[in-house]
Design a protein around this ligand. Structure first.
Ligand code: ZN
Ligand code: ZN
Length: 324
């Protein structure tokens, strides 16, 4: 009896990947920090732009992340075939690869050129690039552009977070006399001027700048800690996303998919290993011939001077390999 295994439909098909929850958690944390910590402490005139710019970037990122996850990137032939799922096994003695001559022996269907069988999703994906663990879905021709926009918006959002958190952290130490960057300093300076010009000065304690988090006043240490923490987190996010986006820009210039790039690298490594093995065998042959013709022995001074590797003709000596 034929056994067929189900194929995954998209990134929401079970099992979900833990990294999907990491992405959602990071997005929520970054958004809360931006809208409830960073922006409320920016100058009043900057706040509308702060809200608008990040809202657009965040929306773009959420939409493209959702599309990249929800879309089914399967080959059109697979979508329209009658037998759903893929065969549980394939005779490797007959078929070396799952896809041969644009026919997948696991899906048991014709597929388009450029389609590859993803063993995680258990289906053929059109214009296969790679299986993305962050989306828990394959990235192929049908969702590659949204994947790139998702990465670009993520990089832009992380860069804005890094720049503003770093600016606010530094401004805590440098902006107290001007109040150009941090609203609490600007408000403190304004109230100082008003208090000084007033004839009813009654207070004795020096007023403090009042930093805000989640629309409540907090000690300055909390604000300082959060901005420093966000500098580190946003730098890590920017580095990871930037590295991935950089790789895809490089691949676009080279005209390769990620899959083709991995195959290309493996081929280069295999060829290099083969060349190394051939060189070793050639050195061994030369060494064997030279030592046989000269009859050199292990401790022979003339052999060392003649740059012939030490060798003992006796077959009981196994330590005969030359240095490489
Ligand atoms: Zn297939
Ligand atoms: Zn996949």
């Amino acid at each position: 009896m034929e056994v067929r295994l189900p194929s995954r439909f998209n990134g929401l098909s079970l099992p979900l990947h833990p990294l999907q929850f990491v992405v959602i958690g990071v997005l929520i944390f970054f958004s809360l920090n931006w809208f409830c910590v960073n922006v409320p402490n920016l100058p009043i005139a900057w706040q509308p732009a702060g809200h608008t710019v990040m809202a657009i970037v965040l929306l773009l990122h959420l939409v493209t992340y959702s599309i990249g996850t929800i879309i089914n990137p399967a080959d059109d032939f697979i979508l329209h075939k009658e037998k759903k799922g893929a065969s549980a096994s394939m005779d490797r003695s007959v078929h070396k690869h799952a896809i041969e001559n644009d026919f997948c022996h696991l899906c048991e269907s014709s597929v388009k050129t450029g389609s590859k069988h993803c063993y995680t999703c258990n289906k053929c994906v059109e214009g296969f690039d790679h299986h993305c663990i962050w989306l828990n879905n394959c990235v192929g021709q049908k969702n590659y552009r949204t994947f790139i926009v998702c990465l670009s918006s993520g990089l832009l959002g992380s860069a804005i977070l890094l720049a503003v958190n770093l600016m606010q952290f530094i401004a805590y130490y440098t902006d107290a006399n001007t109040g150009n960057i941090l609203l609490p300093y600007a408000l403190l300076l304004k109230s100082s001027v008003e208090t000084t010009s007033s004839s009813t000065l009654l207070t004795t304690a020096a007023p403090q700048a009042q930093f805000m988090m989640f629309f409540r006043p907090v000690p300055f240490e909390a604000f300082l800690f959060m901005t420093f923490f966000m500098v580190i987190l946003s730098f890590i996010a920017m580095f990871l996303i930037g590295h991935l986006l950089g790789l895809h820009i490089f691949l676009a210039i080279k005209g390769r998919t990620t899959y083709q790039h991995i195959v290309y690298k493996r081929t280069i490594e295999a060829e290099a290993a083969e060349r190394k093995q051939t060189d070793l065998e050639m050195q061994q042959d030369i060494y064997d011939q030279t030592s046989t013709s000269t009859g050199c022995w292990k401790d022979s001074l003339s052999c060392k001077k003649g740059k012939v590797y030490p060798h003992k003709a006796d077959s009981s000596d196994n330590n005969t390999l030359p240095p490489v």
